[in-house]
Ligand binder design. Structure first.
Ligand SMILES: Cc1cc2nc3c(=O)[nH]c(=O)nc-3n(C[C@H](O)[C@H](O)[C@H](O)COP(=O)(O)OP(=O)(O)OC[C@H]3O[C@@H](n4cnc5c(N)ncnc54)[C@H](O)[C@@H]3O)c2cc1C
Length: 404
């Protein structure tokens, strides 16, 4: 006998686990949700990445009862400075500053190391009665899809959600193409310890090879997302410690005192793509399976959480009316809600990267005048902060901090 559930989620990263928790909390134990991922139960201790969790995403985690478990590890971003200079410029003039609150007492973002958040989500999913299966799902076994699908691991479901990341096999096997391109850039990610307190300040230094971001973590540590041309990034991470340190210091500078790289160095190739469709028959794509964008604005995961909040809302609305969560009407509502917004954000981050990652002095002048103007118009600045915090547009309930 095959096992049957209401929703089978392939992928137990941020997107998959968050969706599972949201569905169980809203629809209760009679709504069966399974998450399948070969990495479940494995340690994430070697994941060097940290993410900026914007205010809307924090509201979602608070509503789902996950935030308390990680808030002790989360560093609020209290302000942000943006500079634009050449690598060897002695001075880096500040063109834009943001004080970081969207509402009184609510920072526009927190930095948190990925491993803490994934562990807290897995624990919460288990506590909510989500079934966790440590296996890969690669797609749908052949057969009729009128009442549901059967995944290749023998689990039947009314809806299969692909939350299996950028190289989604479910997306490929469902025949969904992607639009996009790879950048000739990679991001070097590491953690840096420094003598002095960062005071909760995030820094984005636009250098000709790409942005160099210093993002505050708990303690005297910062997460570095350092964009370079692909070949140069590969050369830099392979350097011996002292030569790597010299490259790091040239970009980080010494305003926080002596620095040292305290974490492993990793390189991530960068690309931009959006799936041609976010849905197929009884299938929905969320998170990186649906889109990947340049990390210049730190919005990739936050966009994935917006997919999750929107999909959870349409499924819950349908299930409460006794409708089938995998029906075309439900899936089309999800796609209408998310696809256009995703394309807009993807193009905006791509444009930002092209505008800043180059050696043109004319473009530098243009963008510095632009940044200076934004800095002088408080209402425009406030709009930018609310947009970056995920609070503008048709925001799903969970991201507004409302229960489903
Ligand atoms: C350098 C860098 C910095 C970034 N910084 C930020 C930031 O500051 N803020 C932000 O919002 N975003 C950031 N991002 C983006 C963010 O990390 C991703 O968008 C996010 O991790 C995507 O989450 P996900 O759950 O969709 O996918 P993933 O985290 O990739 O999870 C996919 C899961 O699916 C599993 N899986 C794979 N194949 C299968 C299968 N066949 N069956 C079942 N399971 C499978 C994997 O084991 C994995 O657990 C950054 C990205 C990069 C590269």
């Amino acid at each position: 006998m095959r096992e049957n559930v209401d929703v089978l989620i392939a992928g137990g990263g941020f997107a998959g686990l968050t969706l599972a928790i949201a569905l169980r909390q809203a629809l209760g134990p009679s709504f069966a949700v399974t998450v399948a991922d070969p990495a479940l139960g494995k340690s994430h201790a070697d994941d060097e990445r940290a993410s900026a969790i914007v205010a809307a995403a924090r509201r979602l985690f608070e509503t789902l009862g996950v935030w308390d478990a990680v808030s002790g590890e989360a560093q609020p971003i209290l302000d942000m400075v943006v500079t634009d200079s050449r690598l060897d410029d002695a001075m880096r003039p500040v063109f834009l500053t943001f004080a970081g609150e969207v509402e009184e007492g609510e920072p526009f973002a927190h930095m948190i190391e990925n491993r803490f958040l994934v562990a807290a989500l897995a624990e919460k999913a288990q506590a909510e009665g989500v079934t966790l299966v440590p296996r890969a799902v690669n797609g749908v076994a052949d057969g009729l899809r009128t009442l549901g699908i059967t995944a290749d691991i023998g689990i039947g479901a009314r809806l299969l959600v692909a939350a299996d990341g950028a190289r989604s096999t479910i997306r490929t096997n469902a025949g969904i193409a992607t639009h996009g391109w790879t950048y000739d850039q990679s991001a070097i990610v590491t953690t840096v310890g420094h003598e002095r307190d960062h005071g909760g300040r995030a820094e984005e230094h636009f250098l000709p090879a790409g942005p160099f971001a210093i993002l505050p973590l708990k303690g005297n540590r910062s997460s570095i997302v350092w964009t370079e041309a692909k070949g140069e990034a590969a050369r830099i991470v392979a350097l011996p410690d002292d030569a790597f340190h010299a490259e790091l210091e040239q970009r980080f500078k010494l305003h926080l005192g002596e620095i040292n790289a305290v974490g492993a160095r990793r390189v991530h190739p960068l690309g931009f793509f959006v799936a041609r469709s976010f849905i197929a028959e009884r299938i929905a794509l969320v998170g990186d399976a649906a889109h990947v964008i340049h990390p210049i604005a730190g919005q990739g995961l936050n966009m994935g959480l917006k997919d999750v909040a929107a999909l959870a809302e349409v499924i819950v609305d349908a299930a409460r009316l006794g409708l089938d969560p995998g029906s075309p009407t439900v899936l089309e509502r999800y796609q209408r809600w998310r696809r256009f917004d995703t394309v807009t954000m993807g193009i905006a981050t791509d444009g930002l990267n092209r505008l800043f990652s180059n050696h043109s002095d004319v473009l530098r002048l243009v963008r510095d005048v632009g940044l200076g103007l934004v800095d002088r118009v408080p209402n425009l600045k406030r709009l930018f902060i609310r947009e970056a915090a995920g609070l503008v547009g048709d925001v799903p309930k969970l991201l507004r901090g409302e229960m489903l």
